[in-house]
Design a protein around this ligand. Structure first.
Ligand code: SF4
Length: 253
């Protein structure tokens, strides 16, 4: 007897062989829009906290910020950027002097090497300018996808999503963008966040994670999305009053 034809290969596959479904956001599109609307009221013009004076110093600051706090990086870069705010000047300063400036930052030896190599590559391949392209950025020494996304967002106004430790935690904790890796969370966030909120979404989520939805104990009573949040750990269902906050650096720092 002729075997029935398999119309659909996926249907024929055993359950074990089926690709795993990606975890979905727990929020309907209207709820996601409302979450970001509230963040936008709180912080109409959110800013990153890494001090910089141009795209090059931003790139260097982000490279230095791996496994370090923004405040710690700022302390070290104020004098460094006063002495060198271009790849040419950074190269002239040399690895030893750069290392001397950033000695208070973790992994400083390796980072000093990268800053010099980065400056060389920018001069050699890009005329001393920071390229506004992810593929070109991630070819630079010490520059990964997250760093490239921060630079593209802050220096070039691109709606990228740089997933740091805060965003990875929030994406999973509240079920907005579940994912095991930063790349998975990034992809999911880009899928669910309405386009008009994408430019600032990265900063809103970081600041929310840094100051309210903290790692050890989220401060749900201060949270403007407490009524919408579906985190198992939440301790309040009453949203905090929705008012614009003082810019970061004055009250919150
Ligand atoms: S309610 Fe609590 S857990 Fe939910 S987002 Fe706000 S701070 Fe985080």
């Amino acid at each position: 007897m002729e075997k029935p034809k398999v119309k659909n290969a996926a249907r024929a596959a055993s359950p074990r062989a089926r690709p795993k479904r990606k975890p979905k956001s727990l929020y309907a599109p209207d709820e996601v829009r409302e979450i970001f609307r509230r963040f936008s009221v709180q912080r109409p013009e959110p800013k990153g906290e890494l001090e910089h004076v141009n795209p090059f110093t931003l790139l260097v600051a982000v490279v230095l910020s791996a496994q370090a706090t923004d405040a710690g990086v700022n302390k070290a870069t104020r004098a460094l950027f006063a002495a060198a705010d271009t790849p040419q000047k950074m190269l002239a300063l040399g690895e030893e002097t750069v290392g001397g400036h950033i000695r208070t930052i973790g992994l400083w030896r390796n980072k000093a090497k990268n800053v010099i190599a980065l400056s060389q590559a920018l001069i050699r391949d890009h005329g001393g300018e920071v390229p506004g392209d992810r593929d070109l950025l991630t070819k630079l020494p010490g520059v990964g996808r997250k760093t490239a996304n921060v630079v593209l967002n802050m220096a070039f106004g691109q709606p990228t999503m740089a997933v740091d430790t805060h965003i990875l935690r929030i994406g999973n904790r509240i079920g907005l963008a579940p994912g095991k890796t930063p790349d998975e969370v990034e992809k999911r966030l880009i899928e669910v966040i309405p386009g008009e909120y994408m430019l600032h979404a990265h900063h809103w989520l970081i600041l929310h994670g840094r100051y309210v939805c903290k790692a050890r104990r989220p401060e749900c009573e201060r949270c403007v999305i407490a009524d919408l949040c579906r985190a198992a750990v939440k301790t309040s269902t009453v949203p905090a009053p929705l008012t614009p906050l003082e810019p970061v650096g004055s009250v919150e720092a």
